[in-house]
Ligand binder design. Sequence first.
Ligand SMILES: Cc1cc2nc3c(=O)[nH]c(=O)nc-3n(C[C@H](O)[C@H](O)[C@H](O)COP(=O)(O)OP(=O)(O)OC[C@H]3O[C@@H](n4cnc5c(N)ncnc54)[C@H](O)[C@@H]3O)c2cc1C
Length: 309
Amino acid sequence: MSLLKWKEKLLSVLSRPPAVEEPMWKHTSMRIGGPAEIMAFPQSINELRIVLELAAVNNVPLFVIGQGTNLLVKDGGVRGIVLNLVDMSYYSYFEKSSIRAGASVKLTYLVKEAIRFGLRGLEFASGIPGSLGGAIYMNAGAYNKSIGQLVSRIKLMDYEGNFFERTGSELVFGYRWSSLQEEKLIILEGVLDLIPGEREEIRRYAEQILQERQEKHPNFPSAGSFFRNPPGKTAGYLIEKAGAKGFAVGDAQVSMQHGNFIINKGEATAEDVLNLMEMVKEKVKSVMNVELEPEVRIIGENCTKQERD
Ligand SMILES: Cc1cc2nc3c(=O)[nH]c(=O)nc-3n(C[C@H](O)[C@H](O)[C@H](O)COP(=O)(O)OP(=O)(O)OC[C@H]3O[C@@H](n4cnc5c(N)ncnc54)[C@H](O)[C@@H]3O)c2cc1C
């Protein structure tokens, strides 16, 4: 089915019109990325099922986006459908010792609300941008803690439209990794187990963490730590030791403040970032003999200079 037919079909079945050729830079913290062929905003489980069914029947690729804070989208954009769940999964409920929230809810909002409700355990996530769904998928973490340690159950849908639940013990979490990355699943909701505590104490700890992060992190668009930390070392240390801090391609630069942040100083393209990534990898390999791997998820299509201009 042609792109036009697809749009017509989706228009007729979804309450919110899908966006066609939607610039992905608007949906990523790096402020980089070519257009998504179609971005769909299902309003309900039923509408999500319809999108999945149409995609399956027509063999159209699907990509689920959260807040786009761990993504580098290439300049040629994303083929197929980018699923944006923001309209159907932005809700949260706080109980005595848990939070139940939709996948699109911002993690920073949950941290603030946990403090308000006097619930301890999520302070480590203070200042980690992104959605709950993205955090669970990536097992976001800091200060030797990660979200996987708190997940008690999640609601999911597979690409065939089957709706089901998994408990925390049915999932496996590792360093910036969850078993969900091995399957084609959409996270719809998560329940986190927290511990009732003293509100002011929780607030003080969360604020301390936030302040430390603000001091360490550069004030430019980025996707946070660009490379995974190899065992026993931090990528930031290796990059600094190798002398790659400050390396730049176009407006993409290895931050002088934090060696593991690649920042967009204005008009950086994904190609700039990818070339810079290779430069950094080569330098770290030759000086420190360590192979760095990106933590950021790189998606989408390359484009020619002609297409970009
Ligand atoms: C300034 C800055 C600081 C950061 N600091 C940290 C940090 O301290 N610790 C850390 O771990 N990360 C950090 N990050 C990275 C990022 O914030 C996390 O990885 C975050 O959890 C990603 O969430 P997201 O909603 O933005 O996901 P996205 O970037 O949108 O997506 C990431 C992956 O998750 C998948 N995904 C998203 N939502 C769903 C869903 N509902 N169902 C299925 N798959 C889904 C996507 O398909 C994609 O593969 C930082 C980023 C920035 C910009």
